[in-house]
Design a protein around this ligand. Structure first.
Ligand code: ACM
Ligand code: ZN
Length: 506
């Protein structure tokens, strides 16, 4: 902040001698600059105060002084002054006004009195995300709305929608109706019973009594996108390839390798057959039409490659394309799909396995197996989103005694401790770090209350890491703010995990 501006704000707002120093607002994520005044007003008054809003880049630049922000930071930045008689907001874009109002809303939720203050604020990272796996267990539209609302309040801006995977396809695709008429439904609700205990058999037709599952129609997706857009959240769909396609093969067995029963790999598409590409392109065309944003996630993780090594179609493809091994065959598929995405004005994101066999030229890597993949991608000049398992996988449990204990112990403090801009990243490569994402896989997460218990309060920590400057992060202070806001969120009906354990199955 410019020295002159700091001084003016201090003169206007600094506490007078002998008065108790006012409490700063306890918002999450903590703002870049916050100068606390001496006056306080009641929340009732605050929510009815007139707002003077100026959407002007010039005015915002004036408030920013000598701070040089990138274009995307400028779009989200805001200056806000909460006085006794009115709230003034200055931003370069509607998005900045929206974030100012989210700060206001959070402040008003925390205390009955709000201390007057001036805030200057902008995000540290452009990608502040949450991923939800709805293939293993399906929650539906209302649940998504509720989580998008919370994300917006936390100034998060990317919702990664894991819509398709082995245990269920959740997106209407007109060209391939069996994906939703058949493989969106299974005979038992709990994924683990179905996958590991093999109860009830594979998939069942839509309409089968007691079938578990569901999917989003195109109208549902349009509704979700509209809801998200109003909150400045981009929804990134994930269409998995070539692995995690057990359900696709159940619906269309011809997409497996040309071997008995598809060969030893049971969840992979055949990257040798031309018909696989026709299928993927037809699916993506419908996805591109539905989702207006630039990015599409194409998965790319955990593909078993044993069938490819013996499938005649895969072998022929490798020979024709001069591919030396099955890793290069996967890379061939991802590069080809990237070309297709580019032809339609889209870019791809993939899990870090897409590095194996050679990275597609413009792909963004989502680093989940630690940070090594992300660092390698950055070294190769690619953009990266960090979602390392040990810090960002929200399916991992928060308490060893917790209901449905899964994964490692991942307490709030550990999530909070992760910094996407690790010391190993050179200054000149910093722009390749797009941001951070918390991922909720739902192998063990059947009900909505349980999903929320896994998400919160850890999503608060992801939000602060994504938005607040590194030097402003402070664990003891965050822990207090998180605990205070958790109570509010619980009053609003979110099942926030609280230590010691108070969450029990209803
Ligand atoms: C992953 O967890 N398989 C991306
Ligand atoms: Zn094959």
């Amino acid at each position: 902040m410019a020295a002159g501006l700091s001084l003016m704000l201090l003169l206007a707002c600094s506490p007078k001698d002998n008065q108790p120093s006012p409490q700063p607002a306890k918002v999450i994520p903590t703002p870049v600059e916050l100068i606390v005044g001496t006056d306080s007003i009641s929340v009732n008054k605050l929510t009815n105060l007139p707002q003077k809003v100026s959407i002007s880049e010039k005015d915002l630049l004036c408030k920013l002084g000598d701070q040089a922000l990138t274009d995307w930071q400028l779009k989200s930045a805001y200056w806000m002054e909460i006085g006794k008689r009115r709230v003034k907001i200055v931003a370069a874009d509607e998005e900045g006004v929206f974030y100012a109002r989210q700060s206001l809303k959070m402040m008003a939720s925390l205390d009955s009195m709000v201390t007057c203050c001036t805030i200057l604020d902008w995000p540290r990272f452009q990608y502040r995300g949450v991923m939800l796996d709805e293939s293993r267990h399906f929650q539906g539209k209302e649940f998504i709305y509720k989580q998008l609302e919370m994300m917006a309040l936390l100034k998060m801006n990317r919702f990664h929608f894991h819509l398709v995977d082995n245990p269920g396809w959740r997106l209407q695709i007109d060209a391939y109706p069996r994906l939703t008429q058949f493989t969106a439904w299974r005979p038992v609700p709990y994924f683990w019973d179905w996958e590991i205990n093999k109860i009830g058999g594979d998939f069942v037709d839509e309409g089968t009594p007691d079938a578990y599952g569901g999917y989003y129609t195109k109208k549902d997706i349009a509704d979700i996108l509209a809801f998200a857009a109003e909150r400045h959240i981009e929804v990134i769909p994930e269409i998995e390839m070539p692995g995690h396609n057990y359900e696709t093969r159940a619906a269309y067995p011809e997409l497996a390798c040309s071997l008995e029963d598809g060969g030893p790999s049971k969840r992979e598409l055949c990257p040798g057959k031309e018909s696989t590409y026709t299928f993927l392109e037809n699916v993506l065309l419908e996805v591109f039409e539905l989702f207006p944003n630039e990015y599409i996630h194409i998965g790319g993780d955990e593909a078993g490659k044993k069938s490819w090594a013996i499938c005649p179609d895969c072998q022929a493809r490798m020979k024709d394309e001069g591919l030396e091994n099955v890793e290069e065959l996967q890379s061939y598929m991802i590069r080809r799909m990237e070309r297709f995405a580019h032809e339609h004005g889209k870019r791809i994101i993939g899990w870090d396995e897409i590095l194996e066999g050679g990275l597609a030229p413009d792909a963004t890597v989502m680093s989940w197996r630690g940070t090594k993949g992300g660092l390698k991608a950055i070294a190769e000049g690619h953009d990266v989103i960090f979602a390392p398992t040990h810090y960002c996988y929200l399916d991992h449990h928060q308490d060893p005694e917790q209901y449905h204990r899964a994964g490692r112990h991942l307490p709030l403090e550990k999530v909070y401790s992760f910094d996407p801009m690790q010391e190993k990243i050179a200054e000149e490569d910093a722009h390749h770090v797009l941001g951070i994402q918390g991922c909720l896989w739902t192998e063990h997460v059947l009900e909505a209350w349980h999903a929320e218990m896994q998400l919160y309060p850890r999503v608060f920590a992801i939000a602060e890491t994504g938005w607040s400057p590194a030097e402003k992060k402070n664990w003891p202070d965050f822990e207090q703010r998180s605990s205070k806001f958790s109570k509010v969120a619980r009053d609003w009906g979110y099942n926030v995990y609280v230590k010691p354990m108070t969450n029990v199955a209803p």
